[in-house]
Design a binder for this molecule. Structure first.
Ligand code: PMP
Length: 364
């Protein structure tokens, strides 16, 4: 064994060595419909104003530690209930990791429960924090299996249950009463994390129900709203919980450029809201076009992506790549997703390019 391998074996955890890095496909030259980004830029005049603001940022100073301006902007513009605060993460990815770090125990393994398939970072963050992860399969129609979720909660007494609302990669909203039943089943020992990454497209939220449930945490991100590049997630919960989570948050985790860009963008949030409305309309059009395609099963979506089942997902995915269209082949994630593909909703132009390439892929 080479010296570096010996070093790695003696220092890096076996379970870390065993996993692959989080894979991000190289999208250069492709129509990029794989990552649920908003395809629209800020309008040119706003970008020029933003450039001015960014030019004045003191790059030599650490970010203001309390983040009070940006937090206030988020509370004012993004629907956090009165009296509730937020904590900020470098994307909601970091918030998931903060939650796991705060809840992993030293004397016993704490557990994370989530429906599966769902957002992969719930499992990865649980693992890296040293927690057990229990995935509860969705039903064949991709709805939540409530009895199985409640059984897993009763058996494992999880510290955290993650519920993506709507769910990634399936796109559906789990039934509100099922989520309430899960929050209630966790009462007294566990936290329900309702992950509302796709809220701009679902327009359904548990944020206003925070006062009802002391064990509810609502997590969101500005990524899907159109600011994926700045990396900013936020989460709200009872103030006493936020105080604890904030202790494991790395200091200065939101950089000065992100703060200024987010403040600026939220001052113009109506532009982002209009873009989300355009994407909701485009989702309806794309859903209808796909549903009219023979052999394609389309699952209902409340998000900015659509899950479909096709006769041969690997072949269609490969053919779309040859047409320079990048979508996500999720067929290997879980058996309920056999032959499934996930397509991000984009501009009408990109959606029709996709549909043309999709038709050509099916014909070939
Ligand atoms: N939650 C869900 C359900 C997601 O799908 C994603 C991103 N794909 C995230 C969280 C992470 O978002 P962010 O860009 O804020 O890290």
């Amino acid at each position: 064994m080479s010296p570096i391998d010996t070093l790695i074996n003696s220092t890096i955890r076996p379970d870390v060595r065993a996993v692959a890095s989080y894979h991000v496909a190289d999208a250069s030259g492709f129509i990029k419909l794989d990552a649920m980004e908003n395809p629209y830029h800020l309008p040119h005049h706003l970008r020029e104003d933003l450039a001015q603001r960014l030019a004045d940022v003191a790059l030599n100073r650490y970010p203001a530690a309390a983040y009070s301006t940006i937090k206030q902007r988020i509370k004012d513009k993004l629907g956090v209930p009165a009296g509730y605060d937020v904590i900020l993460g470098n994307g909601s990815d970091e918030l998931i990791s903060i939650l796991c770090m705060a809840c992993a125990m030293q004397d016993r393994r704490a557990t994370v429960v989530a429906p599966t398939p769902s957002f992969v970072m719930y499992q990865r963050s649980a693992q890296f924090a040293g927690m057990d992860y229990v995935g509860v399969p969705l039903k064949a129609d991709l709805t939540l299996d409530l009895p199985a979720m409640l059984a897993a909660i009763a058996e494992h007494k999880p510290a955290l249950v993650f519920l993506s609302y709507p769910n990634n990669p399936t796109g559906n909203l789990f039934a509100e009463e099922d989520i309430v039943a899960i929050i209630k089943a966790l009462d007294g020992f566990g936290l329900a994390i309702v992950d509302e990454a796709y809220e701009p497209f679902a327009q359904q939220t548990f944020m206003n129900r925070l006062p009802e449930f002391p064990n509810l945490v609502v997590m969101r991100t500005v990524s899907k709203l159109g600011l994926a590049g700045i990396r900013l997630g936020y989460m709200s919960a009872a103030p006493q919980l936020l105080t604890e989570f904030d202790k494991v948050r790395p200091p200065y985790n939101i950089n000065v450029l992100t703060q200024v860009a987010a403040e600026f963008a939220l001052d113009h949030v109506e532009v982002l809201n209009q873009q989300a409305a355009a994407l909701r309309a485009a989702r309806a059009d794309l859903t209808a076009a796909l549903a009219a395609t023979p052999g394609v099963e389309v699952f209902p979506s409340a998000a900015n992506f659509i899950l479909i089942r096709v006769p041969d997902s690997d072949a269609i995915h490969a053919k779309l790549l040859s047409h320079k269209v990048l979508i996500k082949n999720v067929s290997k994630m879980h058996s309920v997703l056999a032959n499934c593909l996930r397509i991000t909703v984009s501009t009408p132009e990109e959606n029709s390019t996709f549909l043309d390439a999709f038709a050509a892929s099916q014909a070939a």
